[in-house]
Design a protein around this ligand. Structure first.
Ligand code: GLV
Ligand code: MG
Length: 339
């Protein structure tokens, strides 16, 4: 898996080049909290070390009259918390056409830019949105003398963003990753769902009718509403060396559905998902870490493949250069998570 470290290069849009490299760090769960909610915010310090990413959310789900309080709350939390080696601090700023985003970016970079790892930008429509943020960040970083670049993460949640996903993923060397935003995307596409992510019982295929009776017991299989979108997002990210994420799963009580949705995304190439509730943290940790069996199998294939070329038979299955490459993906992930 490539990382920001492997492709870092001077900024494409005229800003001063970032001066340090940014190593990829695990981000299996991006745990959302509302910094305007004092009860929720008070729990943040205790979560350091238990989650890969803590994200102070300023956008949707924060009421319009609490936007300033959320921004100020995030500044206070960031200043008073040591996030250590294993937990990153991210934020989701308001949309680029909102009245709050300029103050979000200016205040956060100026006040806590040294603590912020990634800024998540919602409702990204095309490369021009990333160029705007990129340029502004470069100006603000230069003003306050930050030497470590703040990375950018785009949420894919408009039809236009979806059409432009490849150019968004490659729009700047700051790009860290892309998340699916299934709720906004469903609305923008005029899908007929009313949920935040996950499947729908009406989106199904049915076994063919046997004989004349079309109502006779025909099995149905629910389909994954998000398969096409996730697969496209994964290709765009992989082609640009950045990370794809499944986004939110809103039905907190449906831990089985959540785990299935996260696992489908993991198998398709995603590295993590959002967690909206503590119950989803363990799900994400479990799903987005390779299983002990997968790691053991990958090690066996690696050992049996010697110099990595040719073909061998293992348990009646052919392994070759290409299956070894898949195993190396698993081993690299296991290695990164063990650090
Ligand atoms: C997330 O922001 C979504 O719209 O699903
Ligand atoms: Mg959204």
């Amino acid at each position: 898996m490539r990382s920001a470290k492997d492709f870092f290069r001077p900024l494409a849009v005229g800003a001063p080049a970032p001066v340090t490299e940014v190593p990829a760090r695990p981000s299996r769960m991006i745990h959302f909290f509302d910094p305007s909610n004092e009860k929720m915010a008070a729990k943040v310090p205790a979560m350091v070390g238990t989650v890969d990413v803590l994200l102070g959310n300023l956008e949707d789900a924060v009421k319009a009259d609490r936007k300033e309080a959320a921004r100020a709350g995030l500044v206070a939390i960031a200043r008073s918390t040591d996030f250590g080696e294993h937990t990153q601090l991210w934020t989701r700023v308001n949309a680029l056409d909102s009245p709050w985003v300029l103050d979000d970016l200016t205040t956060l970079v100026t006040e806590i830019g040294d603590k912020l790892d990634v800024i998540m930008v919602p409702k990204v429509q095309g490369a021009e949105d990333i160029h705007y943020v990129d340029r502004l960040l470069a100006q603000l970083e230069a003003r306050v003398g930050l030497t470590r670049p703040i990375l950018v993460h785009a949420i894919l949640e408009t039809a236009r963003g979806m059409v432009n996903v490849e150019e968004i993923a490659g729009a700047s060397p700051r790009m860290q990753g892309v998340s699916l935003g299934p709720a906004d995307l469903a609305a923008d596409r005029r899908m007929k769902t009313t949920r935040v992510g996950g499947g729908h019982p009406g989106y199904l295929v049915r076994q063919d009718a046997v004989g004349g009776d079309v109502h006779a017991g025909r099995a149905t299989y629910q389909q994954d509403l998000w398969h096409y979108t996730i697969a496209r997002m994964v290709d765009a990210c992989a082609a640009n060396g950045i990370f794809p994420y499944y986004g939110p799963f809103g039905d907190i009580k449906d831990v089985v559905g959540c785990e299935d949705q996260f696992r489908n995304a993991f198998l398709l190439g995603c590295v993590g998902a959002w967690s909206l509730h503590p119950a989803q943290i363990d799900i994400a940790k479990r799903v987005f870490s390779p299983s002990a069996d997968d790691v053991a199998h990958a090690r066996r294939v690696k050992e049996s493949m010697g110099d990595g070329t040719g073909a061998v038979m293992l348990d009646g299955k052919m392994e070759d250069d290409a299956s070894l490459k898949q195993c190396l993906v698993i081993l690299e992930l296991a290695e990164r998570l063990s650090q």
